[in-house]
Design a protein around this ligand. Structure first.
Ligand code: ADP
Length: 529
């Protein structure tokens, strides 16, 4: 006979829902999170490998990348804990733009350590408490180790250049990192602290080599002037619009007009042309010398603009139009009845320029003087795509550094400083929490270990040398992956942004804590009506 106690195990979940409990749930979470860490860990550091991402959909897009966030964004994961790690990588990318691989690798190392502690029967809550205290100690050590050169312009610029080089050294642009670091620093310093990355446009132009990439002030639009129109406009007054400029709208909507004679067709066409003429006259009436439209401009309106001496540029892509409006200080409009409400864009000069084999239009001396364009050149679209992602990371890190100018040393140096501080705390802490703290320190040391392993170096030897150097008070010691030796990171110029490192530490600890807390995974069925 069934008893109440016997029934206590019976599931209260609706049919179709499933549940994993206790140790099983925790194990599934740990395994999923570690698998994500293992997936991206081979890309960590300057000698990290790249991954090819191939889309299974039609067209089979191929992306070659080393960027943790890009890899994780494009994979499908079913494991809930793995999803948490994918999300922290995305959040890291949005927040500071770099450290996307480090945050996932560190969180998964914390969970690897936590799994061992759970196996030794340390309660998850004790582990969480230990990790929290360790994180506080690591954060304080990181703050103490940071230096700030914002007061000295030359040194701050050097810091920024070093940060850009460190970020780029693990990416496709590593061979030309001096060149790209200069481009990125020049672009970010133009922003004068506003940090508005929208002002920096990156365009890809296949052809040439990566070294031919350059920075141009102002804005470049990948379009051409219409036939017979001026190719050079000084003191430009620009109307930016998103409006239909065709006379045969009826066709577009698939409507039919029945007429009983050809003269009526001609009348309708004439009426449409008159309407378009009036629209063009209204536009010209703004006193502009350049009209840029998001949509196509057909022959008839183009002819009217040419006769009035107004250059007309059609079919500019939406991103281009938005950015153009931003940098020239104009509005995007679609009706033309109230000229007084519309702000025109302005710039000193619009001219046609040649980049490689292509003609493009450059707007210089724009209203927002800080705006600039980086033109990327390279042999193929895949190279250009990865180059843009890498440069974007460098630009994000640099704008973060302009906002918070503190810097710390990379190459595993800051991880060793944090790990030492946490070990010291563990030595002073009685009870099982200290075990968790020691594990936290070990997870921190996993970062330099992986960077060495990826470079084919003897990680145990080098990390123990670093540990000894830090214990002896040489606080700037890290691995110089290029020489394969332990060295002074200040001299090697391996510098990182403080905010990125701090964010890696805090986000990874929080994510690990969240996953350790799990003791139940309930897969819900879709809601039934
Ligand atoms: P993430 O996406 O997390 O930034 P990366 O693949 O860019 O990952 O690797 C960053 C790590 O590589 C950082 O820990 C940084 O300190 C380290 N690193 C960068 N340049 C060097 C170098 N020259 N020598 C040693 N380590 C380096």
């Amino acid at each position: 006979m069934a008893t109440a106690a016997g029934n206590a195990d019976a599931s209260v979940l609706r049919e179709g829902a499933s549940e994993e409990k206790g140790e099983h749930a925790r194990l599934a979470s740990f395994v999923g999170a570690m698998a994500i860490g293992d997936l991206v860990k081979s890309t960590l550091g300057p000698k990290g490998m790249d991954k090819i991402l191939q889309s299974v959909q039609r067209g089979r897009n191929v992306t070659v990348t080393n960027d943790g966030a890009t890899i994780l964004k494009s994979i499908y994961v079913d494991n809930p804990a793995a999803k948490v790690l994918v999300d922290i990588s995305k959040a890291q990318d949005d927040e500071v733009g770099d450290g996307t691989t480090s945050v996932v690798v560190f969180a998964s190392e914390l969970l690897r350590q936590a799994e061992q502690l759970v196996n030794q029967h340390v309660h998850p809550m004790t582990i969480i408490q230990g990790f929290r205290e360790a994180c506080e100690a690591a954060k304080a050590a990181l703050e103490r180790a940071a230096s700030d050169n914002a007061g000295d312009e030359a040194r701050f610029r050097q810091d920024l250049t070093n940060i850009a080089k460190t970020t780029l050294s693990s990416k496709i642009l590593t061979n030309d990192k001096e060149h790209f670091a200069k481009l990125a620093v020049d672009a970010v310093l133009r922003l004068k602290g506003s940090g508005d990355l929208e002002m920096i446009q990156i365009i890809q132009k296949p052809g040439g080599s990566l070294k031919d990439s350059f920075l141009d002030e102002g804005f470049i639009l990948d379009k051409r002037f219409g036939v017979g129109q001026p190719k050079r406009i000084e003191n430009a007054k620009i109307l930016i619009a998103n409006t239909p400029m065709d006379t045969d709208k009826i066709k577009i909507y698939g409507a039919r007009v029945r007429v009983d004679s050809m003269t009526k067709v001609a009348e309708i066409e004439q009426a449409e042309r008159e309407k378009m003429k009036r629209k063009c006259e209204k536009i010209i009436g703004y006193g502009i010398n350049c009209f840029i439209n998001r949509q196509l401009i057909y022959n008839y309106p183009e002819q009217i603009f040419t006769e009035a001496g107004v250059a007309a540029i059609e079919h500019a892509d939406f991103d281009g139009i938005e950015r153009l409006a931003l940098v020239t200080g104009g509005d995007i409009c679609s009706t033309f009845d109230n000229p007084e409400d519309v702000q025109l864009g302005s710039c000193d000069l619009i001219e046609e320029v040649m980049i490689g084999e292509d003609r493009l239009i450059r707007f210089s001396g724009v209203a927002k003087g800080e705006a600039c364009t980086i033109v990327l050149r390279g042999a193929s679209e895949h190279i250009l795509g990865e180059a843009e992602r890498s440069l974007h990371d460098a630009l994000c890190v640099l704008t973060s550094t302009v906002k918070d100018s503190r810097v710390i040393y990379g190459g595993g140096c800051s991880e060793m400083i944090m790990s030492k501080a946490v070990e010291e705390l563990a030595a002073k802490t009685p009870g099982k929490r200290s075990l968790a703290m020691e594990c936290f320190a070990k997870a921190l040391r996993a970062i330099p270990t992986i960077i060495c392993d990826n470079g084919g170096l003897d990680s145990s030897e080098l990390v123990s040398q670093m540990r000894a150097a830090h214990a002896a008070g040489k606080k700037n010691t890290g691995i110089n992956i290029l020489t394969g030796e332990v060295g002074d990171m200040q001299q090697c110029g391996v510098v990182e942004c403080f905010r990125v490192k701090q964010q890696v530490l805090l986000s990874a600890t929080e994510a690990a804590e969240m996953i350790i807390r799990v003791d139940d995974i309930i897969k819900c069925t879709p809601r039934q009506r």
